[in-house]
Design a protein around this ligand. Structure first.
Ligand code: AMO
Length: 431
């Protein structure tokens, strides 16, 4: 329907005929002279209609046109210094494709600020704001950059079921669903399936996975439906091989954001770190104790502990760092113990005081895995399909999940709801 996006029209096109389509962003109607700012995905162009120059039916179509109506405008390009982009279109014909209701549920021009709830309730309209749309263009960009990195590193994409029969990350966070006459849940993670793929011989798999978690959090970094780069890889020496991939992936994602048009448009600056420190859990406890935050050995590093560590690392100019060698007792049943069995071959990747990823080496010995399930009071019979894959040749393996929302919210220094089109939290099930 169009010949150009608005940002493709420059003063060099003066005299050309163009067809543009978009939404009525602003109207200044002075009777004989009318300015309509028309917005599309790429930007805004001024349509200038003048009595005597513009045909009367075109003037009539534009008079009183409600904001956010959708138009198709054909006309000729004129250079015009004061107009956005230094150009305007003198309309020869106007088709009104859709008339908007008024008043609008929220302002799109950026003049009136709306609360996040109003914005999310009217997300389709909130997304018309270029600064909001830019977040999702960036999201698309970083996901493709991540996929490219993984594919170049020999990973193949798999798609595992999201309707499952048993928990993988502990039984408390599952959403039960009605599945004919059987008990079923929404998948918390592809964990058990991606491990099964190691027994299948795929060596390196990834999934742009969806996690459903019935956690009753109400925070700026948790949601009940999220997405992650989820990977699993075989024939590893230990968890350091996995951390190398996670480091490479995270830096590739951050670099793609740093170099993007969207980051420039949003006026943010991002540094791509050259190297990511690997801190041991025990050392982290000492570091934060030095700042008055005490955590007893064997307990997870809580939110406050993560924030204290984030501040210590920020002073050294480090936004992104690993915590490794966690106590075994706070990591999931499938985690491989370290040589010293008190510790796990597991790690988290942190960004400015928040976890963005966790992973580790897994147990690949069937008998030992059954023992660990029992240790956690889990019933091996609930894990039949998973355990079977360990009985017929399972290589040493491991992997991680890197939260897409978490890394993006950190890149943009914002809260999680800003980076999800339609966030799902405890109070929000629609839109
Ligand atoms: P974990 O449960 O730590 O590990 O999840 C991995 C990553 O997913 C993101 N994440 C979340 N983001 C927002 N809201 C939530 N409720 C939420 N839950 C998780 C975080 C987190 O680091 N199977 C393992 C991964 C593995 O070992 O391969 C797992 O799911 O960024």
């Amino acid at each position: 329907m169009r010949t150009h996006y608005t940002n493709q029209i420059t003063p060099a096109d003066a005299g050309k005929d163009v067809v543009v389509c978009g939404w009525v962003h602003e109207v200044r109607d002075m009777g004989k002279l009318m300015f309509v700012l028309l917005r599309d995905r790429s930007g805004i162009i001024q349509i200038t209609a003048k009595s005597g120059v513009t045909a009367e039916p075109v003037m009539a179509a534009l008079h009183g046109i409600p904001k956010e109506s959708v138009l198709r405008v054909s006309g000729s390009v004129l250079a015009c210094k004061p107009a956005p982009g230094g150009v305007e279109v003198s309309p020869k014909s106007v088709e009104v494709l859709s008339v908007s209701k008024s008043p609008l549920p929220m302002d799109v021009t950026g003049k009136v600020k709306a609360e996040i709830d109003t914005r999310l309730d009217n997300r389709f309209m909130d997304l018309r704001k270029p600064e909001v749309a830019a977040i999702f263009k960036l999201r698309s960009r970083i996901v493709s950059a991540g996929i490219k990195y993984l594919e170049n590193s020999g990973f193949i994409e798999v798609h595992t079921p999201k309707i499952i029969a048993s928990a993988s990350e502990g039984g408390t966070e599952l959403f039960p669903i009605a599945y004919f006459d059987k008990e079923a849940f929404l998948a918390q993670s592809p964990q058990l399936y991606k491990q099964t793929m190691m027994s299948a011989g795929f060596d390196r798999v990834y999934e742009i996975a969806r996690y459903f978690r019935a956690e009753e959090h109400d925070t700026v970094r948790h949601l009940n439906e999220i997405m992650a780069f989820d990977i699993e890889m075989s024939f590893i020496k230990d968890e350091a091989d996995i951390m190398d991939v996670l480091e490479g992936l995270s830096l590739a994602v951050i670099k793609s954001a740093a170099e993007s048009e969207e980051i420039k448009f949003l006026k943010k600056e991002i540094e791509v770190p050259k190297k990511v420190d690997r801190l041991r859990y025990d050392d982290v406890l000492d570091m934060i104790a030095g700042q008055g935050k005490k955590i007893e050995w064997g307990h997870d590093i809580d939110t406050e502990g993560e924030k204290v560590l984030g501040r210590i690392m920020a002073k050294e100019g480090k936004d992104i760092y690993f915590i490794t060698k966690y106590p075994l007792n706070i990591k999931p049943f499938y985690t491989m113990p370290d040589t010293n069995k008190k510790y796990a071959r597991a790690f988290d990747l942190e960004h400015t005081g928040d976890e963005i990823s966790s992973g580790g080496q897994r147990i690949h010995d069937h008998a030992f895995l059954v023992k660990r399930l029992k240790h956690w009071n889990l019933k091996p019979e609930n894990f039949e399909f998973y355990l079977k894959a360990f009985e017929y040749g399972m290589p040493p393996h491991g992997g991680f999940g890197l939260g897409i929302e978490r890394i993006l919210m950190k890149i943009l220094n914002t809260q999680i709801r800003e980076v999800v089109l339609f966030p799902r939290d405890r109070y929000r099930l629609t839109p």
